[in-house]
Design a protein around this ligand. Sequence first.
Ligand code: GAR
Length: 215
Amino acid sequence: MRPVPGRPDGRVVPERSRVVVLVSGGGSNLAALLAAHVEPGYGARVVGVVSDRPDAGGLAVARDAGVATAVVAPGDFADRPAWDAALAQAVGVFEPAWVVSAGFMRILGQAFLDRFGGRVLNTHPALLPAFPGAHGVRDALAHGVKVTGCTVHVVDAGVDTGPIVAQRAVEVLDGDDEAALHERIKSVERALLVDVVGRAARGGLTLDGRHVRLA
Ligand code: GAR
């Protein structure tokens, strides 16, 4: 808790956890976090948005909300470790308590995880450990599953292999194509991500091997 500088009533409010969001795409999950972070009791504040793509729609979403952005494009670096180190540096500038990968379509490397490991959450549009990777919705449809969903997990060095924080199921309907199913997943996913990030920010999370407990 800290006094709010300049508040004439000297009111004391809880310090909000600083969050950096990583995006590669349109940023609807980011938009949901930005809608939540204006609520005084939410506990998390998005202080920066970082992308690997200068054309990511999520960057405009951030700018419209008055949130600082940065782009760290792999093509500007000699190799993957150099890009990963630069990404860690760009995120570190914002001094985040939590990093949220929300539609960030790249694997975070060792330098990044050495710095932020255990404090990086990723949202994925499938019920992990089923259908990891870049095409979780397409792969679930192709497999013929009747139920899929979304997962928020702690990021480790693998591809969507980290400890699972929370999941929600979404039914696959007859006639679903990838776009229709992904839209239904995303509406559930946004609510789940907002809930998890807020709870992690307010109370932290406890990791016991693969088992995660939110306060
Ligand atoms: C989300 O469904 C997210 O789970 C997915 O990309 C979408 C981004 O949507 N991420 C992955 O597939 C990562 N493997 P958004 O840009 O509208 O938030």
